[in-house]
Write a protein that binds this ligand. Sequence first.
Ligand SMILES: [Zn+2]
Length: 228
Amino acid sequence: MANRNRGPFQNPTGVPVYLELTSVPQEGSITVIFLANSIGVNIHWPRRTPVPCPGHVHCKTDVHRSRTVWKGYAAVEIWRPKPHADWCPTVLEITERLDELLKGRDYRGEVWSLFRQSGRQGHAEVTGHLLQTRASDSCRDPFRVEGVVQRIYRTPHIDFGAESPLPPRVFLAPSQMDPPPTTGTEHQSNDRPPTEAEKQEFRRKIAEMNGQRRSPQPSHSGNGQGGK
Ligand SMILES: [Zn+2]
């Protein structure tokens, strides 16, 4: 899908931008901070043109039964590197694959690196890494995304309450048990073992990603991550 964020993103630093829809680009990566969870829409493909579902009561039966893809839309800010070096508001398109990594918890304040990698049938599926979680009160207030989506599809009749069909991914930390018996043929890994502070941060992130209640941030973060 074309990267639709060329226009306002070219504005000089400090100049307001109008909200547009941003997709994760085919090449390279983007870094975003989520301001709110996404809202979902079922997109029908009765013919070649996508039709957003207005809800099953108002949707024509043949359209409602046609091929359907879920899309989510989230208020985010995208990092613009120098010369801007700022966070630019935009509406991020969330695919089913990305939603698997996000759903089931409040992800406001999470900073993600997002990119595509080849998945099933050679499709370049959206995926990413959680980089950091920032305190909610350090982030911009969320803005409404409905108008941007209505504009894309040129209709106000869209049901924004659709749930994505896939269950959330389950995140588990690798065990720190004794290594297996050696055979003498293993390759040495160059990875350094994580520090105790990093292990704590990993455990906290995993608990969060599994939708558990966030524990209070430690007041003296040793590595400068998290918190603000
Ligand atoms: Zn429908």
